[in-house]
Design a protein around this ligand. Structure first.
Ligand SMILES: Nc1ncnc2c1ncn2[C@@H]1O[C@H](COP(=O)(O)OP(=O)(O)OP(=O)(O)O)[C@@H](O)[C@H]1O
Length: 309
């Protein structure tokens, strides 16, 4: 793990309002370096690389009589890919919902980049730097792929609504910058060739990648992916592994919920395992693979579901 992400820039050098890609050059002729420059994180986290960026601290969440999370504590370290795994109903998506402000924990604290966020709104948490994708793809189906990503950049715009209405120069500059960045993101995730197509007409694999591009458009410090490989064939999964590693290498921190063990074991630096709302393991892929409680949890699931898990 490197000391600083390769392309991280300071907030002062945030190029919002400037053209990010060379003008009058077709996108497929823009160099990979320039694409990465436009994609890379433009804001700094207060937490150094390798230290805890997000902390779930004794989180309990009850839905009436059901305890979905029971005193769960774990951290996501800046610069890592952390896997969050466990049998169906273990509480993985509920963790994402607690982190992103969809659910408020019954007790416990959530700290992100050194701030308590348990009582923050979803929008505020997005602005602070947590982005996510969903188990069931959620795109603006009637918008083009490009528009879906441009919408994601809105969270970071500096022009006021009034500025946009009276069409101030800054608004035009931001628009240009947002389109540039969105195109760069589409190329980064490998779907720039279908930028002008409506999301609903894209192949399934493209839609999943589009969700990742849209999440990255908010310039997150932490990217949470909820089963990004669901419905993928082995070749598509291999491509996704490469993409997730590339995302991490460009300076993002990644939290990944995934059922496919081959994918999880090959991409994650560390893994947290939940079962029935309890954390049962936290360690390297090797440690988790050999943990008897984890083996038992998954064997139990195979028996329950006739091996379908
Ligand atoms: N809004 C809700 N109201 C009531 N119960 C809920 C709600 N959301 C989740 N649960 C319950 O909380 C538990 C954990 O669900 P969660 O979706 O977090 O599991 P998961 O680990 O993500 O499962 P899967 O792998 O199947 O997606 C389950 O028993 C689920 O039924």
């Amino acid at each position: 793990m490197t000391e600083t992400p390769r392309h991280a820039k300071s907030a002062e050098s945030d190029p919002t309002g400037e053209a990010l890609l060379p003008e009058d050059v077709p996108l497929d002729e823009v160099s990979d370096e320039q694409i990465v420059e436009a994609v890379a994180v433009h804001r700094e986290a207060d937490v150094p690389i390798g230290e805890t960026l997000l902390e779930m601290d004794h989180i309990t969440l009850k839905f009436g009589g059901l305890t979905a999370l029971n005193d769960v504590s774990f951290g996501v370290r800046r610069g890592e890919i952390l896997g969050l795994i466990g049998p169906n109903g273990a509480g993985k998506t509920t963790c994402f919902n607690v982190m992103t402000g969809v659910y408020r924990a019954t007790s416990g604290q959530v700290r992100f980049d050194q701030q308590e966020i348990r009582r923050q709104s979803k929008n505020k948490i997005t602005q602070m730097g947590i982005a996510r994708t969903f188990q069931n793809i959620r795109l603006f189906n009637e918008m083009t792929a490009l528009e879906n990503v441009v919408v994601g950049t809105d969270a970071r715009h500096k022009t006021s609504v009034l500025g946009a209405l009276v069409r101030m120069p800054r608004h035009f500059a931001e628009e240009r910058s947002a389109v540039d960045r969105a195109m760069a993101l589409l190329r980064f995730v490998g779907i720039a060739d279908r930028a002008a197509e409506k999301a609903r007409n894209l192949p399934y694999g493209y839609q999943r990648r589009l969700e990742i591009a849209r999440a990255l458009a908010t310039e997150p410090k932490l990217l949470c992916l909820d089963e990004p490989a669901a419905g993928f064939n082995p070749a598509e999964k291999d491509e996704l592994i490469e993409l997730i590693k590339q995302v991490r290498d460009e300076g993002y921190t990644v939290l990944l919920i995934e059922h496919d063990m081959r994918l999880v074991m090959s991409v994650c630096d560390r893994i947290v395992v939940l079962e029935f709302g309890n954390k049962i393991a936290d360690g390297s892929p090797e440690e988790v693979r050999n943990n008897p409680a984890v083996v038992a949890a998954y064997l139990g699931e195979e028996e329950d579901t006739d091996g379908a898990a």
